[in-house]
Design a protein around this ligand. Structure first.
Ligand code: NDP
Ligand code: GDR
Length: 371
């Protein structure tokens, strides 16, 4: 009999890669998706299987982490061997605008999953992975950050995730559950949400290269992140649940890069060398050289500016993870490095916007039923 997995947040970046990985490994995969007024399954549509097929190995259930009755029902119905709790309001800046909802979905939502498993008598049947985050480290206490580094969360998102981290540890200790935290550092991909910094940059670079946008407005260019590829990181999630003992793991590359350097690398992919001048809110990025003769971006042109709107009330300035425990105990090492990740993301966005431009140039426009 194949193993059964339940993924919350299956429509997100990690949910999509993880579902793909588990199906390849022969799992029956169930996912929790939220009801929305428009389709929200773009990232997993390629995995869809006709539910009328008797051998279907991929199923979606309507649900929400803020509703325990529905989580209990789904877990009771599915009786998963493994739950991956990836569902969350995952945008740090947005969490300052919706702090209570973030606490409910990201913090108490984790409790609801753990408690559902306990109430249903599945503590020895179901293993639980909790999507913890490097945002827990917040204000720098030490670098690189490891499983032993103290936490100092700096946003409503991180505070909610801190509750989720500790309630996972507590249920493991109190009820002898196989419940683990993966403390994952930032990981990206062409499936990354459009408002996270890497994807915002690669989309902006692609559009500017194709003459569809003039400038990129950014927040804190000095922030440093340890960026990896989501494909590598979902592999680590799976490995964490295959161990003999439940433990928490840091998953990171061990290399940190500024937002400014990520921008440099992304523009270099389309043959544009960028030079930054000025400081703080007055810093700007200008084209130094442009390799492609057809590129609309010309030397001297201002292409990056800082907009304080994107500054956060409290910022996490420096993240750099120490993945030594994951390397030793899980045998995990990332296959991708940052240059390959940037190349893949820029290429995917150039392809995406080339298609959009082609349609536009051919006279098609987005249908607006109110016109
Ligand atoms: P995404 O934002 O891409 O996906 C989040 C998912 O959670 C989506 O499927 C979303 O549904 C769903 N969701 C949001 N709110 C609820 C809710 N109330 N009930 C049920 N589902 C909900 O995030 P990622 O895939 O990047 O991240 C996955 C998890 O890992 C998150 O918990 C995130 O906080 C955490 N994390 C991410 C890191 C990263 O760098 N990517 C690093 C460390 C931790 P919908 O599609 O409908 O919006
Ligand atoms: P982060 O990711 O907050 O680390 O959380 P994000 O990509 O949003 O920001 C990274 C850094 O870039 C700076 N920044 C900007 N960020 C955004 N979004 N937009 C901008 O224009 C911009 N300019 C500069 C930010 O200030 C920040 O320092 C992500 C999420 O996936 C979380 O869910 C996850 O837990 C952590 O990574 C690890």
């Amino acid at each position: 009999m194949s193993k059964i997995a339940l993924i919350t947040g299956i429509t997100g970046q990690d949910g999509a890669y993880l579902a793909d990985l588990l199906l390849t490994k022969g799992y029956e995969v169930h996912g929790v998706k939220r009801r929305s007024s428009l389709f929200n399954t773009d990232r997993i549509d390629h995995l869809y299987q006709d539910p009328h097929d008797r051998n279907v190995r991929f199923r979606l259930h309507y649900g929400d982490l803020t509703d325990s009755t529905n989580l209990i029902r789904i877990i009771q119905e599915v009786r998963p061997h493994e739950i991956y709790n990836l569902g969350a309001m995952s945008h740090v800046q947005v969490s300052f605008e919706a702090p209570e909802y973030t606490a409910d979905a990201d913090g108490v939502g984790t409790l609801r999953i753990l408690e559902a498993v306990r109430l249903l008598g599945l503590t020895q049947h179901t293993r639980i992975y909790q999507a913890s985050t490097s945002e827990l480290y917040g204000l720098v206490q030490e670098v690189p950050q490891s499983e032993k580094t103290p936490f100092y969360p700096r946003s409503p998102y991180a505070v909610a995730k801190m509750y989720a981290y500790w309630i996972t540890v507590n249920y493991r200790e109190a009820y002898n559950m196989f419940a683990c935290n993966g403390i994952l550092f930032n990981h990206e991909s062409p499936l990354r949400g459009e408002t996270f910094v890497t994807r915002k940059i690669t989309r902006g670079v692609a559009k500017m290269f194709l003459g569809m946008q003039d400038k990129l407005y950014m927040g804190n260019l000095d922030a440093k992140r340890d960026w990896g590829h989501a494909k590598d990181y979902v592999e680590a999630m799976w490995l964490i649940l295959q161990q003999e003992k439940p433990e928490d793991f840091v998953i990171a590359t061990g290399i940190t890069t500024t937002v400014r350097d990520f921008i440099r690398m992304a523009f270099a992919e389309v043959g544009v060398e960028i030079e930054f001048r000025g400081k703080g809110v007055d810093e700007k990025g200008y084209v130094k050289r442009s390799g492609d003769i057809n590129c609309p971006l010309k030397p001297g042109q201002e292409i990056v500016a800082v907009d304080p709107r994107y500054f956060r009330p409290t910022e996490v300035e420096l993240l750099i993870g120490d993945p030594a425990k994951a390397k030793t105990k899980l045998g995990w090492t990332p296959k991708y490095d940052l240059p390959v990740l940037v190349k893949e993301m820029v290429a995917a966005d150039v392809e995406l916007f080339k298609r959009e431009k082609l349609l536009k140039d051919a006279g098609y426009k987005v249908l607006n039923q109110f016109e």
